[in-house]
Design a binder for this molecule. Structure first.
Ligand code: HEM
Length: 331
Protein backbone atom coordinates (compact mmCIF):
# COMPACT_ATOMS: atom_id res chain seq x y z
CA UNK A 1 0.00 0.00 0.00
CA UNK A 2 2.81 2.38 1.01
CA UNK A 3 4.54 1.51 -2.23
CA UNK A 4 1.41 2.23 -4.21
CA UNK A 5 1.00 5.65 -2.55
CA UNK A 6 4.61 6.60 -3.25
CA UNK A 7 4.12 5.45 -6.85
CA UNK A 8 1.10 7.80 -7.13
CA UNK A 9 3.10 10.61 -5.57
CA UNK A 10 5.93 10.07 -8.02
CA UNK A 11 3.48 10.07 -10.91
CA UNK A 12 1.94 13.35 -9.85
CA UNK A 13 5.37 14.91 -9.36
CA UNK A 14 6.47 13.75 -12.80
CA UNK A 15 3.40 15.24 -14.41
CA UNK A 16 3.72 18.46 -12.40
CA UNK A 17 7.38 19.25 -13.03
CA UNK A 18 7.41 19.35 -16.82
CA UNK A 19 4.40 21.65 -16.55
CA UNK A 20 6.32 24.00 -14.26
CA UNK A 21 9.26 24.05 -16.65
CA UNK A 22 6.90 24.72 -19.51
CA UNK A 23 5.26 27.48 -17.47
CA UNK A 24 8.59 29.21 -17.08
CA UNK A 25 9.53 28.82 -20.70
CA UNK A 26 6.24 29.79 -22.28
CA UNK A 27 5.24 32.28 -19.63
CA UNK A 28 2.03 30.46 -18.72
CA UNK A 29 0.09 27.28 -19.11
CA UNK A 30 -2.71 27.41 -21.63
CA UNK A 31 -4.98 24.52 -22.62
CA UNK A 32 -7.88 24.10 -25.04
CA UNK A 33 -10.38 22.90 -22.39
CA UNK A 34 -9.98 26.03 -20.22
CA UNK A 35 -13.63 27.16 -20.61
CA UNK A 36 -15.20 23.68 -20.83
CA UNK A 37 -16.92 24.11 -17.44
CA UNK A 38 -16.96 27.88 -16.93
CA UNK A 39 -18.30 28.78 -20.39
CA UNK A 40 -18.93 25.75 -22.58
CA UNK A 41 -20.58 27.90 -25.29
CA UNK A 42 -17.60 30.25 -25.62
CA UNK A 43 -16.08 28.90 -28.84
CA UNK A 44 -19.46 28.45 -30.50
CA UNK A 45 -20.41 32.05 -29.74
CA UNK A 46 -17.17 33.39 -31.22
CA UNK A 47 -17.58 31.25 -34.32
CA UNK A 48 -21.18 32.17 -35.05
CA UNK A 49 -20.73 35.93 -34.65
CA UNK A 50 -17.54 35.86 -36.69
CA UNK A 51 -19.15 33.79 -39.44
CA UNK A 52 -21.94 36.36 -39.77
CA UNK A 53 -19.48 39.25 -39.81
CA UNK A 54 -17.35 37.56 -42.49
CA UNK A 55 -20.42 36.83 -44.58
CA UNK A 56 -21.28 40.54 -44.48
CA UNK A 57 -17.72 41.64 -45.10
CA UNK A 58 -15.21 38.95 -46.17
CA UNK A 59 -12.18 41.11 -45.30
CA UNK A 60 -13.05 40.79 -41.61
CA UNK A 61 -11.38 37.36 -41.56
CA UNK A 62 -8.04 38.83 -42.64
CA UNK A 63 -8.35 41.79 -40.30
CA UNK A 64 -8.98 39.60 -37.24
CA UNK A 65 -6.16 37.20 -38.08
CA UNK A 66 -3.84 40.19 -38.15
CA UNK A 67 -5.12 41.57 -34.82
CA UNK A 68 -3.93 38.45 -32.96
CA UNK A 69 -0.43 38.93 -34.45
CA UNK A 70 -0.30 42.64 -33.56
CA UNK A 71 -1.50 41.79 -30.05
CA UNK A 72 0.96 38.97 -29.37
CA UNK A 73 4.07 40.89 -30.52
CA UNK A 74 3.47 43.61 -27.92
CA UNK A 75 3.75 42.50 -24.27
CA UNK A 76 2.48 39.05 -25.23
CA UNK A 77 -1.01 37.89 -26.20
CA UNK A 78 -2.87 39.97 -23.62
CA UNK A 79 -5.34 42.08 -25.65
CA UNK A 80 -3.26 45.21 -24.97
CA UNK A 81 -3.98 46.12 -28.61
CA UNK A 82 -7.71 46.43 -27.91
CA UNK A 83 -7.45 49.17 -25.27
CA UNK A 84 -8.55 52.66 -26.27
CA UNK A 85 -6.67 55.68 -24.93
CA UNK A 86 -7.90 56.90 -21.55
CA UNK A 87 -6.30 58.01 -18.29
CA UNK A 88 -2.71 56.83 -18.34
CA UNK A 89 -3.28 54.47 -21.27
CA UNK A 90 -2.01 55.46 -24.71
CA UNK A 91 -3.67 53.15 -27.18
CA UNK A 92 -1.59 50.92 -29.47
CA UNK A 93 -4.18 51.64 -32.14
CA UNK A 94 -2.29 54.85 -32.92
CA UNK A 95 1.07 53.15 -33.62
CA UNK A 96 2.66 53.15 -37.10
CA UNK A 97 1.65 49.56 -37.91
CA UNK A 98 -1.92 50.04 -36.66
CA UNK A 99 -2.93 53.63 -37.53
CA UNK A 100 -5.47 53.69 -40.41
CA UNK A 101 -4.76 50.02 -40.82
CA UNK A 102 -5.71 47.69 -37.95
CA UNK A 103 -9.43 46.97 -38.10
CA UNK A 104 -12.15 44.63 -36.92
CA UNK A 105 -12.45 46.04 -33.39
CA UNK A 106 -16.25 46.33 -33.63
CA UNK A 107 -16.55 42.61 -34.33
CA UNK A 108 -14.49 41.86 -31.20
CA UNK A 109 -16.84 44.19 -29.25
CA UNK A 110 -19.85 42.28 -30.53
CA UNK A 111 -18.34 38.91 -29.58
CA UNK A 112 -17.37 40.19 -26.14
CA UNK A 113 -20.87 41.58 -25.48
CA UNK A 114 -22.42 38.20 -26.37
CA UNK A 115 -19.95 36.36 -24.12
CA UNK A 116 -20.62 38.72 -21.21
CA UNK A 117 -24.34 37.92 -21.57
CA UNK A 118 -23.71 34.18 -21.55
CA UNK A 119 -20.92 33.98 -18.94
CA UNK A 120 -20.04 37.31 -17.31
CA UNK A 121 -16.41 38.12 -16.51
CA UNK A 122 -15.16 34.76 -17.71
CA UNK A 123 -13.73 34.81 -21.25
CA UNK A 124 -10.75 37.10 -21.79
CA UNK A 125 -10.41 39.46 -24.74
CA UNK A 126 -6.99 37.92 -25.42
CA UNK A 127 -8.59 34.48 -25.83
CA UNK A 128 -11.29 35.95 -28.09
CA UNK A 129 -8.51 37.23 -30.38
CA UNK A 130 -6.84 33.80 -30.44
CA UNK A 131 -10.08 31.94 -31.21
CA UNK A 132 -11.11 34.53 -33.81
CA UNK A 133 -7.74 34.17 -35.57
CA UNK A 134 -8.22 30.41 -35.84
CA UNK A 135 -11.85 30.75 -37.00
CA UNK A 136 -10.88 33.39 -39.57
CA UNK A 137 -8.35 30.96 -41.01
CA UNK A 138 -10.90 28.13 -41.18
CA UNK A 139 -13.67 30.31 -42.62
CA UNK A 140 -11.44 31.31 -45.54
CA UNK A 141 -10.43 27.71 -46.30
CA UNK A 142 -7.30 27.33 -44.19
CA UNK A 143 -6.27 24.75 -41.58
CA UNK A 144 -7.84 24.29 -38.16
CA UNK A 145 -6.23 23.69 -34.77
CA UNK A 146 -7.21 23.47 -31.13
CA UNK A 147 -6.57 26.84 -29.54
CA UNK A 148 -4.85 26.71 -26.13
CA UNK A 149 -6.81 29.02 -23.81
CA UNK A 150 -6.62 30.70 -20.42
CA UNK A 151 -5.00 34.01 -21.29
CA UNK A 152 -5.96 37.03 -19.18
CA UNK A 153 -6.13 40.68 -20.24
CA UNK A 154 -3.49 43.33 -19.64
CA UNK A 155 -3.92 46.37 -17.43
CA UNK A 156 -2.00 48.56 -19.86
CA UNK A 157 -0.83 49.11 -23.43
CA UNK A 158 2.54 49.86 -25.03
CA UNK A 159 2.65 52.29 -27.92
CA UNK A 160 6.45 52.04 -28.16
CA UNK A 161 6.25 48.23 -28.09
CA UNK A 162 3.79 48.37 -30.95
CA UNK A 163 6.04 50.70 -32.97
CA UNK A 164 9.22 48.74 -32.31
CA UNK A 165 8.26 45.06 -32.13
CA UNK A 166 5.94 44.67 -35.10
CA UNK A 167 7.97 44.34 -38.31
CA UNK A 168 7.50 47.02 -40.97
CA UNK A 169 7.03 46.14 -44.65
CA UNK A 170 10.28 47.91 -45.60
CA UNK A 171 12.39 46.26 -42.89
CA UNK A 172 15.26 44.09 -44.15
CA UNK A 173 14.98 40.30 -44.01
CA UNK A 174 17.43 40.25 -41.08
CA UNK A 175 15.50 42.87 -39.11
CA UNK A 176 12.24 40.99 -39.59
CA UNK A 177 13.84 37.70 -38.54
CA UNK A 178 15.37 39.37 -35.49
CA UNK A 179 11.96 40.77 -34.49
CA UNK A 180 10.50 37.27 -34.72
CA UNK A 181 13.37 35.75 -32.74
CA UNK A 182 12.87 38.31 -29.98
CA UNK A 183 9.40 36.79 -29.57
CA UNK A 184 10.76 33.25 -29.45
CA UNK A 185 9.76 32.51 -33.05
CA UNK A 186 12.16 31.17 -35.68
CA UNK A 187 12.71 31.28 -39.43
CA UNK A 188 10.19 28.48 -40.05
CA UNK A 189 7.55 30.39 -38.08
CA UNK A 190 8.36 33.58 -40.00
CA UNK A 191 7.87 31.96 -43.40
CA UNK A 192 4.77 29.99 -42.41
CA UNK A 193 3.06 32.89 -40.62
CA UNK A 194 3.81 35.28 -43.48
CA UNK A 195 1.55 32.93 -45.42
CA UNK A 196 -1.29 34.84 -43.71
CA UNK A 197 -0.82 37.29 -46.56
CA UNK A 198 -2.73 34.80 -48.68
CA UNK A 199 -5.82 36.80 -47.62
CA UNK A 200 -6.54 40.48 -47.06
CA UNK A 201 -5.35 43.83 -48.31
CA UNK A 202 -2.52 46.30 -48.18
CA UNK A 203 -2.67 50.04 -48.68
CA UNK A 204 -0.63 51.68 -51.42
CA UNK A 205 1.46 53.50 -48.83
CA UNK A 206 2.79 50.16 -47.49
CA UNK A 207 4.57 49.21 -50.72
CA UNK A 208 4.86 52.41 -52.82
CA UNK A 209 8.61 52.62 -52.32
CA UNK A 210 8.99 49.41 -54.36
CA UNK A 211 7.23 50.95 -57.34
CA UNK A 212 9.23 54.17 -57.65
CA UNK A 213 12.38 54.36 -55.59
CA UNK A 214 13.35 51.12 -53.92
CA UNK A 215 17.02 51.87 -53.19
CA UNK A 216 17.13 55.63 -53.64
CA UNK A 217 18.06 55.62 -57.34
CA UNK A 218 14.57 56.47 -58.64
CA UNK A 219 14.04 52.94 -59.96
CA UNK A 220 11.51 50.29 -59.02
CA UNK A 221 12.41 47.14 -57.10
CA UNK A 222 14.20 44.68 -59.39
CA UNK A 223 12.73 41.76 -57.43
CA UNK A 224 9.19 42.88 -58.37
CA UNK A 225 7.82 41.56 -61.67
CA UNK A 226 7.88 44.58 -64.00
CA UNK A 227 4.43 43.95 -65.54
CA UNK A 228 2.90 43.51 -62.12
CA UNK A 229 4.65 46.71 -60.98
CA UNK A 230 3.23 48.65 -63.94
CA UNK A 231 -0.26 47.50 -63.07
CA UNK A 232 0.18 48.45 -59.41
CA UNK A 233 1.39 51.94 -60.43
CA UNK A 234 -1.94 52.67 -62.14
CA UNK A 235 -3.68 52.79 -58.75
CA UNK A 236 -0.73 53.54 -56.50
CA UNK A 237 0.65 56.81 -57.88
CA UNK A 238 3.92 58.50 -56.90
CA UNK A 239 1.95 60.74 -54.57
CA UNK A 240 -1.65 60.52 -53.35
CA UNK A 241 -3.84 57.46 -53.14
CA UNK A 242 -2.13 56.36 -49.91
CA UNK A 243 -5.19 54.48 -48.70
CA UNK A 244 -5.98 52.71 -51.99
CA UNK A 245 -6.33 48.99 -51.34
CA UNK A 246 -4.59 46.06 -53.08
CA UNK A 247 -4.91 42.31 -52.59
CA UNK A 248 -1.92 40.81 -50.80
CA UNK A 249 -2.45 37.67 -52.93
CA UNK A 250 -3.82 38.94 -56.24
CA UNK A 251 -4.57 35.43 -57.57
CA UNK A 252 -6.84 33.98 -54.82
CA UNK A 253 -7.32 37.00 -52.51
CA UNK A 254 -10.19 35.62 -50.44
CA UNK A 255 -8.99 32.05 -50.18
CA UNK A 256 -6.53 30.84 -47.57
CA UNK A 257 -4.11 28.70 -49.59
CA UNK A 258 -0.47 28.49 -50.67
CA UNK A 259 -0.87 30.72 -53.72
CA UNK A 260 0.90 33.44 -51.73
CA UNK A 261 4.09 31.35 -51.93
CA UNK A 262 3.60 30.62 -55.62
CA UNK A 263 3.36 34.38 -56.21
CA UNK A 264 6.69 34.90 -54.44
CA UNK A 265 8.37 32.45 -56.85
CA UNK A 266 7.13 34.66 -59.70
CA UNK A 267 8.35 37.88 -58.05
CA UNK A 268 4.76 38.93 -57.47
CA UNK A 269 4.82 39.30 -53.72
CA UNK A 270 3.18 42.64 -52.91
CA UNK A 271 5.17 43.78 -49.87
CA UNK A 272 8.93 44.01 -49.74
CA UNK A 273 8.72 41.92 -46.55
CA UNK A 274 6.99 39.19 -48.57
CA UNK A 275 9.42 39.02 -51.50
CA UNK A 276 12.56 39.07 -49.32
CA UNK A 277 11.54 35.67 -47.95
CA UNK A 278 12.41 34.33 -51.40
CA UNK A 279 15.23 36.63 -52.47
CA UNK A 280 17.42 37.36 -49.44
CA UNK A 281 18.05 34.10 -47.61
CA UNK A 282 18.71 30.60 -48.89
CA UNK A 283 17.02 28.70 -46.07
CA UNK A 284 13.96 30.90 -46.24
CA UNK A 285 13.78 30.55 -50.05
CA UNK A 286 13.81 26.75 -49.67
CA UNK A 287 10.81 26.96 -47.33
CA UNK A 288 8.97 29.27 -49.75
CA UNK A 289 9.53 26.70 -52.53
CA UNK A 290 8.42 23.86 -50.27
CA UNK A 291 5.17 25.58 -49.25
CA UNK A 292 4.50 26.64 -52.86
CA UNK A 293 4.71 22.97 -53.79
CA UNK A 294 3.04 21.42 -50.75
CA UNK A 295 -0.12 23.09 -49.46
CA UNK A 296 -0.47 20.33 -46.85
CA UNK A 297 2.94 21.13 -45.33
CA UNK A 298 2.14 24.85 -45.30
CA UNK A 299 -1.16 24.21 -43.48
CA UNK A 300 0.48 21.88 -40.96
CA UNK A 301 3.26 24.36 -40.14
CA UNK A 302 0.91 27.34 -40.13
CA UNK A 303 -1.24 25.72 -37.41
CA UNK A 304 1.86 24.88 -35.33
CA UNK A 305 3.30 28.37 -35.68
CA UNK A 306 -0.02 30.02 -34.79
CA UNK A 307 -0.14 28.01 -31.56
CA UNK A 308 3.47 29.03 -30.87
CA UNK A 309 2.69 32.70 -31.52
CA UNK A 310 -0.41 32.43 -29.32
CA UNK A 311 1.82 31.25 -26.48
CA UNK A 312 3.89 34.45 -26.34
CA UNK A 313 3.97 35.59 -22.69
CA UNK A 314 0.32 35.15 -21.76
CA UNK A 315 -0.96 36.51 -18.46
CA UNK A 316 -2.26 33.58 -16.43
CA UNK A 317 -3.33 32.78 -12.88
CA UNK A 318 -4.06 36.00 -11.06
CA UNK A 319 -2.04 38.28 -13.35
CA UNK A 320 -4.05 40.78 -15.37
CA UNK A 321 -7.83 40.60 -15.37
CA UNK A 322 -10.85 39.50 -17.40
CA UNK A 323 -11.97 42.75 -18.98
CA UNK A 324 -15.71 43.38 -19.15
CA UNK A 325 -15.22 45.61 -22.17
CA UNK A 326 -12.20 44.93 -24.37
CA UNK A 327 -11.63 48.65 -24.94
CA UNK A 328 -10.97 49.55 -21.29
CA UNK A 329 -9.62 48.10 -18.08
CA UNK A 330 -12.19 47.32 -15.38
CA UNK A 331 -13.09 50.12 -12.98
C1 HEM B 1 6.58 39.12 -41.33
C2 HEM B 1 6.34 40.36 -41.06
C3 HEM B 1 5.08 41.06 -41.45
C4 HEM B 1 4.99 42.30 -42.00
C5 HEM B 1 6.15 43.23 -42.32
C6 HEM B 1 3.59 42.56 -42.25
C7 HEM B 1 3.11 43.72 -42.79
C8 HEM B 1 1.81 43.91 -43.20
C9 HEM B 1 1.33 45.07 -43.90
C10 HEM B 1 2.17 46.30 -44.23
C11 HEM B 1 0.03 44.88 -44.19
C12 HEM B 1 -0.90 45.86 -44.92
C13 HEM B 1 -1.35 46.92 -43.93
C14 HEM B 1 -1.92 48.15 -44.58
O1 HEM B 1 -1.38 48.60 -45.59
O2 HEM B 1 -2.90 48.70 -44.04
C15 HEM B 1 -0.35 43.59 -43.66
C16 HEM B 1 -1.60 43.04 -43.76
C17 HEM B 1 -1.93 41.83 -43.21
N1 HEM B 1 -1.13 41.05 -42.40
FE1 HEM B 1 0.86 41.22 -42.17
N2 HEM B 1 2.87 41.49 -41.85
C18 HEM B 1 3.71 40.55 -41.34
C19 HEM B 1 3.36 39.34 -40.79
C20 HEM B 1 2.06 38.94 -40.57
C21 HEM B 1 1.66 37.85 -39.73
C22 HEM B 1 2.63 37.02 -38.88
C23 HEM B 1 0.30 37.76 -39.80
C24 HEM B 1 -0.64 36.83 -39.10
C25 HEM B 1 -0.28 35.79 -38.39
C26 HEM B 1 -0.13 38.78 -40.72
C27 HEM B 1 -1.42 38.96 -41.15
C28 HEM B 1 -1.83 39.95 -42.02
C29 HEM B 1 -3.14 39.99 -42.64
C30 HEM B 1 -4.20 38.91 -42.56
C31 HEM B 1 -3.22 41.19 -43.36
C32 HEM B 1 -4.43 41.75 -44.13
C33 HEM B 1 -5.27 42.55 -43.14
C34 HEM B 1 -6.52 43.19 -43.71
O3 HEM B 1 -6.85 43.05 -44.89
O4 HEM B 1 -7.21 43.90 -42.92
N3 HEM B 1 0.94 39.49 -41.14
N4 HEM B 1 0.76 43.03 -43.06
Amino acid sequence: MANFISFLLLLSLLSFFPMCLCNKKLGGYLYPQFYDYSCPQAQQIVKSILAKAVEQEPRTAASLLRLHFHDCFVKGCDASLLLDSSGSIISEKGSNPNRNSARGFEVIDEIKAALEQECPSTVSCADILAIAARDSTVLTGGPSWEVPLGRRDSLGASLSGSNNNIPAPNNTFQTILTKFKLQGLDLVDLVALSGSHTIGFSRCTSFRQRLYNQIGNGKSDLTLDQYYAAELRTRCPRSGGDQNLFFLDYVTPKHFDNTYFKNLLEYKGLLNSDEVLFTKDQESAELVKLYAERNDLFFEQFAKSMIKMGNISPLTGSRGEIRENCRRINA
